[in-house]
Design a protein around this ligand. Structure first.
Ligand code: GUN
Length: 291
């Protein structure tokens, strides 16, 4: 069993980007600039956005963190996005999800200029990705593909099972894994809350992506010997023994599943850091395309 180490691979990608930025600086060219919009005080979202801004600083990108109160109206948020769309200085815009219930995710995502949509959530980018055209690919699925690529996991012909059909992870990763690419060329089954016989479907899988958001859902009895397991879950579970009051749990019961795997991602240190590396790559691309 080999660990797919997202920390190491993410750092390698960020080191490469750092060199590319130093080159831009030396040539007096525009430096990538990410604007991150955070609405309200969701603890996990604060942590994620802080990590994204920190990664920008480490690589040498500019970043702007736009903090907005939980009660902001949708129209005001849309006006903020419009301003960022028109700001030549800003290359990439991300609005951290989830948004408060009174704001429509769809309206907000649709308002971001597709050329600055480094999260790859805009319908134009999703549509282009589905057609196999150049696009911003959502960061978590893109990070998973980069991780599989780095470790040269031979996915061609594999039966891949994706558990969870979110627009952020499950659906796009199912498309990427089915593409005629390396990694890719899998036969993909996309499972969800209404899937029947999930256990027997998982037992057929050469590769499982667990992205349903249920801590330790995937257990050894659901995994074939030699399978590749990618754990996208990262749920805060109460833990009074921790200073923070919580511990992070993936969607995979790591201790029972890992011994059966050829490759597996840990939590933390697997997909999470790769999401940030992928976002940084998208931001670099946005800067190249917009300047
Ligand atoms: N919430 C959970 N994952 C993501 C992500 O990749 N991007 C944004 N903007 N919000 C998220």
């Amino acid at each position: 069993m080999q660990i797919l180490d997202g920390k190491v691979v993410s750092q390698a990608i960020r080191d490469e980007l750092k060199i590319s930025v130093a080159q831009l600086v030396a040539e007096g060219r525009k430096i990538p600039h990410l604007a991150a919009v955070l609405v309200g005080n969701n603890g996990a979202s604060e942590t994620y956005v802080a990590a994204k801004v920190k990664a920008c600083a480490e690589i040498g990108y500019k970043s702007t963190m736009v903090r907005l109160e939980e009660e902001i109206t949708e129209n005001k948020l849309l006006a903020v996005i419009e301003e960022l769309n028109g700001d030549y200085e800003v290359d990439g815009i991300l609005v951290q999800l989830p948004l408060p219930a009174h704001i429509s995710d769809e309206n907000v995502i649709n308002a971001i200029s597709p050329s600055k949509d480094v999260d790859g959530f805009h319908p134009v980018n999703i549509g282009r990705m589905v057609q196999g055209l150049p696009s911003f690919v959502p960061a978590t699925p893109y990070g998973i593909m980069l991780l599989l690529e780095h470790y040269k996991v031979a996915t061609k012909g594999m039966n891949a099972v994706v558990i969870g059909r979110s627009n952020i992870v499950g659906r796009p990763v199912s498309i990427l894994l089915s593409n005629n690419s390396a990694p890719g060329n899998c036969t993909v089954t996309l499972c969800h809350s209404h899937t029947k016989n999930l256990e027997s479907i998982c037992l057929q899988a050469d590769l499982i992506v667990a992205a349903l958001g249920k801590p330790e859902f995937l257990v050894a009895e659901m995994v074939k010997e030699g399978a590749v397991v990618i754990d996208v879950g990262i749920t805060r579970v109460n833990d009074t023994s921790k200073k923070s009051g919580f511990t992070l749990k993936g969607d995979v019961h790591f201790n029972s599943v890992a011994p059966k795997c050829s490759y597996i991602t840990p939590v933390p240190g697997g997909v999470g850091p790769m999401t940030i590396a992928a976002l940084m790559k998208n931001t670099f691309l946005a800067c190249q395309q917009n300047s």
